[in-house]
Design a binder for this molecule. Structure first.
Ligand SMILES: Cc1cc2nc3c(=O)[nH]c(=O)nc-3n(C[C@H](O)[C@H](O)[C@H](O)COP(=O)(O)OP(=O)(O)OC[C@H]3O[C@@H](n4cnc5c(N)ncnc54)[C@H](O)[C@@H]3O)c2cc1C
Length: 460
């Protein structure tokens, strides 16, 4: 009897325990594995063109890796998956467990529909080194704070990477074909498992050493850019953690620090997935309100301010550079993500959810747990969030992390003629901002005071 491996956000063949389980079952039955991907209208609707275009490229790579046997079907998963199982007579559908709210609901519906036909949804592994929900505090509750979570995560540890299956007996079935990539001007990185490993190896070789310090410098552009590959599951974090452990063996000083810092960033990814596991409504709801509802800007003025922010026309160069990088690359440096998010929430007084929606429309690595919980962190509304009074100053952040202004000049052509760090305060130039570049849309010092006064009135 054939068995099905239903790929979702695990678009790879290596270190894939669910695929191994499917292959083992097929071999035991002396039969084949169906490589299934379902184009789900709900997920298609919530992703912007850049992420959909990347997904199409990643699916093409997976199709190639399966020798052209990827079976793509369109429709609701709770219809399509049981139908495929009936079509081939499969009694089990193997998946890596989904852990976000939508994926969990979808999988429960699929499991119920499969069970009605006598088949089972078999969940093996997840997109994380330690499955969300597994770690519990001494009081048997969820972790609220990152540092103890990370300690427990490190103590718990994880399995070694799963072996890559040898030859897989892929089944041949009619397929609707990989969806066309929607048009986009965003410059996308290479997609697929092979590209993910190539990027990772290049990072380990060229940039891991020094990551502990340089990762905060958007001008240097030395972070790994693995988020997009992790989002689509083209590599499993366990593979990366094993490589980091190897890189850290015998390392001292900065090299050892860099390994520990990178591992810690992966721990943030796992922490956010864990928080969302326990609080699924954190996708939209602030986990703890930071200001009263009447503090938020509304109406046409707020809409115009949001538009200026999305288009990179705020008059604050670091903010504008980040927002333009997002539109050009579907990615933004982490430090700058924090600065632009803080600016939206604390300088423009616009709720974090509106900024998170814009990010999800443009980010190629857009990922519900990471995006929503990082927005809540900056907004001061999340578990273990930055305190609300920590308001990023876009000028001092620019001077500190883009000291020569190279990042701003790369993304804001109107400012290319302004040398050095002066680029962070174009309103102080003798003739004011160069032609075409706006004056600051708000006074940061004033808006900071407004935000703090709002916070003082927060509901308790
Ligand atoms: C407002 C805001 C929104 C964000 N939205 C997303 C998102 O939708 N998807 C996403 O993957 N990341 C998101 N991040 C986290 C972070 O900015 C990106 O993971 C990082 O910039 C990706 O680039 P990189 O792979 O080069 O990072 P590196 O510095 O090379 O980090 C290595 C890996 O660690 C993880 N990581 C690093 N920083 C964080 C973090 N703060 N939180 C969680 N994981 C982290 C990522 O998986 C990343 O690939 C967001 C951050 C902020 C402040």
């Amino acid at each position: 009897m054939p068995t099905i491996c239903w790929f979702r956000r695990d678009l790879r063949l290596g270190d894939h325990p669910a695929l191994l389980a499917a292959v083992a079952q097929a071999r035991a039955d002396d039969d084949e594995v169906v490589a299934l991907y379902v184009v789900d209208p709900v997920l298609q609707h919530s992703a912007g063109a850049p992420r959909l275009a990347y997904l199409a490229a990643s699916l093409r790579a997976l199709d190639e890796a399966t020798g052209g046997r990827l079976v793509v079907r369109h429709g609701r998963a709770d219809h399509v998956v049981p139908e495929a199982a009936r079509e081939v007579g499969a009694t089990s559908v193997h998946v890596s467990a989904a852990t976000e709210p939508y994926g969990r609901r979808r999988d429960d519906a699929v499991a119920a529909a499969l069970a009605a036909g006598g088949a089972a949804l078999v969940r093996t592994g997840s997109p994380y080194a330690v499955a969300p929900g597994r770690l519990r505090t001494g009081q048997d509750g969820p972790y609220q704070v990152f540092t103890p979570f990370r300690r427990a995560w490190l103590d718990h540890g994880w399995h070694a990477p799963a072996p890559r299956p040898g030859s897989v007996p892929w089944a041949t079935l009619p397929s609707d074909g990989v969806p066309d990539a929607p048009p986009t001007d965003v410059r996308l990185p290479d997609a697929g498992e092979h590209a993910a490993h190539a990027r990772w190896r290049a990072f380990l070789r060229d940039d891991l050493d020094g990551y502990d310090v340089d990762r905060d410098r958007p001008d240097l552009d030395v972070t790994s850019r693995m988020s997009v590959h992790l989002k689509h599951g083209e590599i499993h974090p366990r593979t990366m953690l094993a490589d980091l452990a190897a890189a850290g063996t015998g390392a001292t000083g900065r090299a050892a620090e860099s390994v520990a810092t990178y591992r810690s960033e992966l721990a943030w990814r796992e922490f956010h997935a864990d928080v969302l596991w326990h609080s699924p409504d954190a996708t939209r709801r602030s986990l703890r309100p930071a200001v009263p509802d009447d503090a938020w800007a509304t109406g046409a003025g707020a809409d115009d301010a949001l538009t200026a922010w999305t288009e990179g026309r705020t008059g604050y160069p670091l903010v504008d550079a980040g927002m333009r990088q997002l539109r050009a690359e579907g990615w933004m440096h982490n430090r700058v993500r924090m600065v632009v998010a803080s600016f939206l929430v604390k300088d423009l007084h616009i709720p974090w959810q509106r900024g998170a929606d814009h990010f999800m429309a443009w980010l190629v690595d857009g990922d519900v747990p990471q995006n929503q919980l990082n927005w809540q962190w900056v907004a001061g509304t999340g578990r273990d969030a930055a305190p609300y009074f920590r308001i990023f100053n876009p000028v001092t952040q620019g001077r500190r992390f883009d000291p020569d202004g190279a990042y701003v000049r790369r993304w804001v052509p109107e400012l290319r003629g302004v040398p050095g760090a002066a680029v962070h305060e174009p309103w102080r130039l003798p003739d004011g901002p160069p032609p075409g570049y706006p004056d600051p849309m708000v006074d940061h010092a004033h808006e900071r005071e407004v935000a703090l006064a709002d916070h003082a009135r927060r509901p308790t």
